[in-house]
Design a protein. Sequence first.
Length: 186
Amino acid sequence: MSGRVPSDPALDDWFDEPQPRAERPAETVPAADDWLDGGGETRRERRAALDVGALGRHRALVAAGAGAVVLLLLGLAVGGVFSGGSRAPAPLAASAPTTASTPTTSPAAPAGPATTLKPGAKGGQVRALQQALADLGYSPGKIDGSYGPATQKALASLQRASKLSPDGILGAKTLAALRKALGKSG
């Protein structure tokens, strides 16, 4: 760089003295000197340079995707995917055979369950068992349709009173004893 002037004006000469603004050619003078400003273009000029149609399509796609996610979540919620408990189907009501040893209850007598049940069962049949136990004076706890420890304890008390093995399970013999007790109380 010993006194040589570069032939290409686009080359950067670090040792060259800056030219005053008036001496610079018009096409090389930027609109602003601040390099952080984005080369002198204004915000309005940058916004006008964007393809507004592409931006609108992008927003529409995002909105459609968000709507699809919301619909999916609603469908799953309605289907019961987010419920905490498991839904066991209620046992089908079976008609109990009527024999001489199994008395039928009168319409005024409280109705008990129609099927055998075991601890952990849930549903309307358990609720009927709990209501029958409560009507007979045995405390099954909250009548909520869930065969828990309180229902099992109340059923064991009924079994002891009926001279059955107090296991807390509503089997065929206990169901017969429950119906007999309900027939006497009605």
